[in-house]
Write a protein that binds this ligand. Structure first.
Ligand code: PLP
Length: 369
C-alpha cells in the first residue's frame, strides 16, 4: 500500500513502540502507588511530560495529558465561564466546532471568524474580535485539510492587552513546523500523539499560568486534579518518545517532505484544470489538497483505494459525507470543485517513486494519461 494520509494518522515509529513496551509488561504498576514499582512508572510519565514540553517550548508543569486532540480541544473550550462569548475561525476541526455548538445551546454567544480564500483570518475579522471581545478565541495553527499555517504570532500580538484567551489547535502543526507555546503568545494549545508517529488515544492540553482548567473528568485526582483516571502510561511514554524524535528529526523530516511536495506539485501541475487549494499560502510541507473540475472526489478516492493508494477527500471525520468540506466552503471554494477535493498528506517514509506512481495513476483515472 502507498499511504498518503498522514494527517489522518501515522504509524507508530518502531523506536516509540520500543519505548512503550516495558510499560505494558514489566512496569505495569499504577503511577499513583507509593511503592517503588509505582514510582518508576510515575517517573516515566514525568519524563514524557518533559519531552512533550520541550517539543512545544512550554513548562512541563503546564501540560495535562488527555485521551487525544479531541479531548484537549473540549477541555480548552470548557475553560469558558458561563454565558461568556466564544469566537472560532471558520476552518476549525469538528472537535472544536461541535463543542462550540454545544456551548451555544447552553447560552454562550459563539462567533465565527471569517477567512480569506487561503483560509487566513482577514484583518477585518481580527478587528472585529477586538470590538466584540470574546472571552476565548480558538484559531488552529495548521489546517488538517489544506495544510494552511495561520500567522498566529501576529494575530495574538494584535489581540494582546484585550484580555482574550487564545486557544490554538496545534494538532497538525506540531512535529511538522517549529512550535513555541511561549512565542506564539497563546494561553491554550491542543496536541495529539498519533499525528507524530506516537500511539492513538493520547494527547495533551498546554495551558498558561492564570488559566483555570475546568476538568471534564472527575475522580481520583490524577494529572494534578485536572484529568482523573489511571493514566494511559504506555501511550503517554510513547507520546513523549514521539515528541523527542519529532524535535530531533524536525529539520531532516521537513527537508524530505518539502522535496516530495515539490515533486508532487510538479506532477499535479501537468493535469489541466487542477487547482491546489491555498497553493500560494504558507502551508505544511506534507500537505497538498487539490480539486479537479467535474471529478467526484469520493469516487476518485475509491478508485485509488482499489489500486492500494490511501488518500483522503478532506478531514478523516468528514469522509463519507455528501456535503462539501466546510473548510473549503469557508474559503469560498465553489461546491462542485470542493466535492472533487483530494488530500494527500505525506509522511517521513514516503518516497519520490511512490509520488510518481501516484501521479501516473491519477492521470490515467482522470483521463489525462
Ligand atoms: N484537531 C485536528 C486539527 C485534527 O486534525 C484532529 C484529528 O484528525 C484532531 C484535532 C483530533 O485529534 P485526535 O484524533 O487525537 O482526537
Amino acid at each position: 500500500m502507498i499511504y498518503f494520509d498522514h494527517n489522518a494518522t501515522t504509524p507508530v515509529d518502531e523506536r516509540v513502540l520500543e519505548a512503550m513496551q516495558p510499560f505494558l509488561t514489566t512496569f505495569y504498576g499504577n503511577p499513583s502507588s507509593l511503592y517503588r514499582h509505582g514510582r518508576i512508572v510515575r517517573s516515566a510519565i514525568d519524563a514524557a511530560r518533559e519531552q512533550v514540553a520541550t517539543l512545544v517550548d512550554a513548562p512541563a508543569a503546564r501540560i495535562v495529558f488527555t485521551s487525544g486532540g479531541t479531548e484537549a480541544n473540549n477541555l480548552a473550550l470548557a475553560t469558558l465561564a458561563p454565558n461568556s462569548r466564544l469566537a472560532l475561525s471558520a476552518i476549525e476541526h469538528p472537535s472544536i466546532t461541535e463543542p462550540a455548538l454545544h456551548l451555544k445551546s447552553r447560552g454562550h454567544d459563539v462567533d465565527m471568524i471569517n477567512v480569506d480564500s487561503n483560509g487566513c483570518l482577514t484583518p477585518d475579522a481580527i478587528d472585529r474580535l477586538v470590538e466584540t471581545l470574546p472571552a476565548l478565541v480558538s484559531i488552529m495553527l495548521a489546517n488538517n485539510e489544506t495544510g494552511l499555517i495561520q500567522n498566529l504570532a501576529d494575530i495574538s500580538e494584535r489581540l494582546s492587552g484585550h484580555g482574550i484567551i487564545i486557544h490554538t489547535d496545534a494538532v497538525q502543526a506540531v512535529g511538522k513546523i517549529p512550535v513555541s507555546f511561549k512565542q506564539l503568545g497563546v494561553q491554550l494549545m491542543s496536541l495529539s500523539s498519533h499525528k507524530i508517529y506516537g500511539p492513538k488515544g493520547c494527547g495533551a492540553l498546554v495551558f498558561a499560568k492564570g488559566v483555570t482548567i475546568n476538568p471534564l473528568i472527575l475522580g481520583g485526582g490524577q494529572e494534578n486534579n485536572l484529568r482523573a483516571g489511571t493514566e494511559n502510561v504506555a501511550a503517554i511514554v510513547g507520546f513523549g518518545k514521539a515528541a523527542e524524535l519529532a524535535q530531533s528529526e524536525l529539520a531532516e523530516r521537513s527537508a524530505h517532505l518539502l522535496k516530495l511536495r515539490k515533486c508532487l506539485e510538479d506532477g499535479l501541475s501537468t493535469i489541466p484544470g487542477l487547482v491546489i487549494f491555498a497553493e500560494h499560502a504558507d502551508r505544511l510541507a506534507n500537505t497538498v489538497q487539490f480539486g479537479i473540475p467535474e471529478i467526484d472526489g469520493e469516487m476518485l478516492l475509491m478508485k485509488l483505494d482499489q489500486k492500494s493508494i490511501a488518500v483522503s477527500s478532506g478531514s478523516a471525520c468528514a469522509s463519507g459525507g455528501a456535503e462539501p468540506s466546510s473548510v473549503l466552503t469557508a474559503m469560498g471554494v465553489e461546491a462542485g470543485l470542493a466535492k472533487s477535493a483530494i488530500r494527500v498528506s505525506l509522511g517521513k517514509t514516503n518516497t519520490e517513486a511512490e509520488i510518481i506512481k501516484f501521479i501516473n495513476l491519477l492521470k490515467s483515472l482522470v483521463g489525462q494519461a
